[in-house]
Design a protein around this ligand. Structure first.
Ligand SMILES: Nc1ncnc2c1ncn2[C@@H]1O[C@H](COP(=O)(O)OP(=O)(O)OP(=O)(O)O)[C@@H](O)[C@H]1O
Length: 337
């Protein structure tokens, strides 16, 4: 069985007057059939950029600088956006607050019509309405929502309804970029339950779920990738990642509160001094080494990937531990930043 998505050494950056902001750097990961792959990390670490790359929503100033992406076993042409016939069928995107951006005079049934009409030119408004109502009912949501306007639905219901409508064409892959960040905890859990239901009914086959919220990640993801400064630090089974993290950054993150708001971007992770680097001028070697209590001179060179493609960490200390060597720091962190 091929992976739904496979990124290999994928790199991309924003072209700015000050140079290239390398927002995604050498990322290798896969999304397997039947799973929710979570992507977490502090604000500005590149989560949304990675989501845009995986969805092939690549628009200037974002530019791919290296690597490959396979979708459902086929190498994707990263110089082109996802072709229209594959939008909604191979892949759909569920953004944050999707329906807030929709014209307030558009009812849910009009949205369903637009989604279906993009692929079935002969679809009628009546049958689009019926199919949307049926799908809502099948998933335990009120079918009458099809006749409602966005403002008539609560925020949580709106986001669940959009999730249902955007998956009407049974896309194999759903990319959910912070879909729940504006929701209260019970609405978040209801959205997670809905995504799980969509997967178990095989309406969708895999989900990439982006969030800065680690407690939420625990309830939604089968595996989690942790990003730091554009790179993956660690990827593994959710339980292992949250209970026995290997990478010093994951350990720090798990023990801290993540904050998404731009004005607190310089928030310090509890117990770790410093802040994430400027991606226009990142440190050499391990991106985390200037803040890592275990860093030594080796960390000035790129860390090896330790583990297989299902579960790995990029870290010299983890590599040494895997070889039975001591992991004590031998130099003061902070060099090379
Ligand atoms: N259009 C742009 N032009 C230049 N730099 C950008 C642009 N969009 C994002 N960036 C930069 O790219 C880096 C990664 O941003 P990205 O939005 O992918 O991070 P994120 O982890 O999703 O953050 P957040 O959780 O705040 O959404 C950041 O340093 C950001 O400032």
């Amino acid at each position: 069985m091929s992976d739904l998505l496979r990124a290999e050494n994928l790199s991309a950056g924003y072209v700015t007057a000050a140079g290239l902001v390398q927002a995604v750097d050498d990322v290798t990961l896969s999304l397997r059939e039947g799973e929710v792959l979570g992507i977490a990390g502090e604000s500005g670490c590149g989560k949304s950029t990675l989501a845009a790359l995986l969805a092939r929503n690549i628009q200037l100033p974002l530019r791919v600088t290296g690597g490959t992406l396979s979708m459902d076993g086929e190498l994707a042409d990263l110089s082109r956006a996802l072709p229209r016939p594959q939008r909604g069928t191979l892949l759909s995107v569920l953004p944050q607050g999707a329906m807030n951006a929709i014209n307030p005079t558009t009812r849910v049934r009009d949205l369903a019509y637009d989604v279906l009409r993009a692929h079935e030119s002969g679809v009628t408004r009546k049958s689009a309405r019926e199919r949307a109502a049926e799908r809502l009912g099948e998933l335990g949501l009120p079918p009458r929502a099809v006749d409602q306007y966005p403002h008539e639905l609560s925020g949580g219901m709106r986001q669940r309804v959009v999730a249902v409508i955007s998956t009407l064409l049974n896309p194999r892959i759903l990319i959910a970029d912070e879909p729940s960040s504006a929701l209260d905890v019970s609405s978040q859990q209801a959205l997670v339950a809905l995504l799980r239901d969509l997967l178990s009914r095989e309406i969708i086959r895999g989900v990439v779920f982006i969030t800065h919220d680690l407690p939420l990640m625990r309830s939604v993801a089968d595996r989690v990738a942790i990003m730091y400064a554009g790179r993956l630090a660690e990827l593994g089974q959710t339980d292992q990642m949250l209970n026995e993290p290997r990478h010093p950054y994951t350990r720090a993150l798990v023990g801290s509160v993540l904050v998404p708001e731009p004005y607190v971007r310089r928030h310090r992770i509890e117990g770790i001094p410093g802040s994430p680097p400027d991606l226009a001028n990142p440190p050499v070697g391990c991106r985390f080494h200037p803040r890592c209590p275990l860093a030594d001179d080796k960390c000035l060179t790129d860390p090896p990937r330790v583990g297989d493609l299902e579960s790995f960490a990029y870290c010299w200390r983890v590599a040494e531990a895997a070889q039975g060597q001591p992991v004590a720091p031998t130099a003061v962190a902070g060099s090379g930043a």
